[in-house]
Design a protein around this ligand. Structure first.
Ligand SMILES: [Zn+2]
Length: 115
């Protein structure tokens, strides 16, 4: 094989590797998005199940679990709110109960740190 031929083969291979690398990067991005979406859905599902359980329990004669709605003021609900926030939900007035998709929320944080 001529040196020139080998050289062009190496160049060609380099291009293919580059293309594969790009493709891999895209796949990784898609995978990350899917994982994120899956996590969000799992959280939402969990949240909905908890709410369903709370509703079912409140139908029974057992003393119903106090919910955040009964305690609009920061008090014993604080731990609950902190937990909700760390599970990925908004606890601020603006987006209360919805999933935090953009990471930390300044409104939530200032609310949490009021105490
Ligand atoms: Zn928020």
């Amino acid at each position: 094989m001529e040196k020139k031929e080998i050289f062009s083969q190496v160049i060609h291979m380099e291009e293919r590797i580059g293309a594969l690398h790009d493709e891999l990067g895209e796949l990784k991005e898609q995978l990350a998005m899917l994982i994120e979406e899956n996590q969000a859905l799992a959280l939402e599902n969990k949240h909905l199940r908890e709410r369903m359980d709370e509703k079912n329990q409140s139908n029974k004669p057992i003393k119903p679990k106090k919910t955040l709605k009964d305690h609009p003021n920061v008090g014993e609900g604080y731990d609950n709110l902190a937990r909700l926030y760390h599970e990925g939900f908004h606890i601020c007035n603006l987006h209360y109960g919805s999933l935090r998709v953009d990471g930390d929320c300044l409104f939530c944080l200032s609310f949490l740190h009021q105490k």
